[in-house]
Each structure stands twice: as C-alpha cells, then as structure tokens.
Design a protein around this ligand. Structure first.
Ligand code: MG
Length: 329
C-alpha cells in the first residue's frame, strides 16, 4: 500500500504550566501526521517527543519527516530506526488509525471513568489539602512525588497523608530517580511496615523509579528485598531499554509511555510474549496521540492498574484545534 504523507508541526500552550524535574513546561511542541491511502481513507498520527526523558528531539523528528517523500509505503513506516521512538509511534498509529474522532463534528475524545486513572497530588504538604477535591472527581489512585525535600520532612507528611486518605485508596510514590540507596531502603521499609499494619486499608501500590537509571542493579536488589513493589519509569522510556531491563531480570512494574516508547506493534508483541506488569502513562500529548495511547493501554494493561493520563484536558479546544492546523479540513 502507498500513502500520501503530510505533516504539520504544532505548538500548544498548556492550560496550566507543568512543573517537572527539568523545570517549567508551558508549551507542548510536536508534529501531526496525516496518511491518506489509495482508497482515500485517512489516518492521523502524532509525534510528541520528550527528549529529556529519552526520546529523540523535536528537531530530529522534524528532520526525519522533511526527508521523506510525499508518498510513503508500509516498508518505510515499519523500518523507522530505534533512535526515533516517538516517530515510530506517530507513524504506526497513523497507519492503524481507526477512530471516527476527527471525521465527526464536535466529537469528544473518549475518556474512561476517573476511577481507572491515577491523579497527581501536589508536591509536599499541599497534598494534604488537595486529595479531597480529586477524590470527589472520582479518583481512587493517587501519585505523590518524593525525593523533592529532606526525607525526614517527607516521611512526616507521608505519615499524615496515609492517615488522612480514605480506605481502599491506592497511593504511588514517585521519586523520579531522586533517592539515595539508603533513602530508598528507608522508604521501602516504611511502606513494608505499613503493609504489616492491618488497621490500614490504604494500599501503597508501588514506589516509582527510586534510584537514577544508572543504578539498575541496586533497584533490582531492592525489588527482591522488600514486599512493596517498585516500578521503573525513566529506566524504561524506550522499547530497547524495556527489553534490556527485562533481560536483566526485572519482574517488577514497568511504566510505559506509549508516545515515546517506540513501535506499537513491537510493544504489543513484547507484552504478549512476556506478560509484563505495566502501567500506562501520558506524555502530555494532544487528543490524537492520546486516542492511540489509550487504545494500547486498554489492550495491554494487566492487573487492573490505573493509568496515568490526566482526566482534565491539558489544552483548550481539543475538538477544533486540528481544523486550525489543517486548513483544508
Ligand atoms: Mg514517573
């Protein structure tokens, strides 16, 4: 099959700017792809790189799109190099696009119920006041960032938090690789002790990426030393990293960001073959990549784990912005 290929770079301002450990993030930049096959069937795709998390840069993705001819084939789509994981995702999801989303006027992006999402609590003490609003919106799984402040202070807030959150809440602690080995042991021991306390009906689901990517062996050791599960995130940004960690014995949780992990078809194959324990998560993509990513999450999620996609839209006017980008729609 041959496809007419077009692309448009985009810039979208977040409704609220995002604070990451790489600073403030105000504008999401990416590329929208359109493939039209010989029967005039249209497929949409989105390349939404996060280079500081391990994907290619926007510039590399743009260079790749610019050097392609106006007409491309399946061979081109399925042989994009591994150095361009966000491109692999964008092109393959355009290739397998099935949604009616953009062909129906005012279509809403389908969103599962809040209960199947994890909500990010604000860092530090603010979490204590804000979980309730999120709870009222229907969230039952929360994520709280650790490794931001001194550990003694964080443990104190944590103690209050677990006694404030209602029974049957699940809590994820995300360190973004910011703990030392000793601190990670302390957090895991604290969580294990909580688990032993039968009066507490709240569940610490896992600690996410306790140590930096380079300290894989230490995380492997931690994962077999404690009851509390550990999830890898930064360590498994791309399919190549995910495969390497699995080969080296990782049997804990894998956080998968479909937008940058790479080829969806190869991800499916890997998940089906090894039945890994996954949590799917957003890269702050627009509705196009989100549709494809949620589809993958629905297909490949094991153990009913909540997915990390915000239920509140990140951007304004999700339904009409594509028309402003693509004047002939
Ligand atoms: Mg994380």
């Amino acid at each position: 099959m041959r496809y007419q290929f077009e692309f448009r770079p985009y810039q979208r301002r977040f409704l609220r700017s995002l604070t990451t450990n790489h600073g403030k993030w105000d504008i999401r930049e990416g590329i929208i792809l359109r493939l039209t096959d010989e029967t005039l069937k249209v497929g949409w795709g989105e390349i939404a790189p996060i280079s500081w998390f391990g994907s290619e840069t926007l510039e590399q993705a743009l260079d790749f799109c610019r050097q392609l001819p106006g007409e491309i084939t399946d061979e081109i789509i399925f042989s994009i190099p591994d150095e361009l994981p966000a491109c692999q995702f964008g092109f393959e999801s355009a290739w397998e696009w099935e949604s009616e989303f953009f062909s129906m006027p005012n279509a809403q992006c389908p969103m599962p119920h809040a209960q199947s999402y994890s909500a990010l609590l604000p860092a530090g003490e603010a979490a204590l006041n804000q979980w309730e609003t999120l709870w009222q919106k229907g969230y039952r799984t929360f994520k709280w960032k650790i490794g931001v402040d001194a550990i003694a202070h964080e443990l104190k807030i944590f103690e209050s938090l677990i006694h404030t959150l209602p029974a049957f809440t699940k809590l994820r602690l995300d360190a973004n690789g910011g703990l030392s080995y000793e601190e990670a042991n302390l957090w895991l021991r604290t969580c294990d002790n909580l688990k032993a306390n039968e009066e507490l009906a709240l569940e610490i689901e896992f600690i996410e990426q306790p140590l930096p990517v380079e300290q894989f062996q230490q995380m492997l050791k931690l994962s077999t030393s404690y009851e509390t599960a550990i999830a890898l995130d930064e360590s498994v940004a791309t399919l190549a990293q995910l495969t390497a960690c699995h080969q080296q014995g990782w049997r804990g949780v894998f956080v998968i960001k479909p937008g940058i992990v790479g080829s969806p078809s190869r991800l499916r194959k890997f998940c089906h073959q090894y039945l890994i324990d996954t949590v799917f998560s957003s890269v702050f993509e627009t509705a196009i990549a989100r549709l494809a990513a949620l589809q993958l999450a629905a297909e490949l999620s094991q153990n009913n784990r909540a997915i990390g996609f915000g239920i509140d839209h990140f951007f304004e006017q999700e339904e009409t912005w594509l028309q402003s980008l693509w004047k002939d729609l």
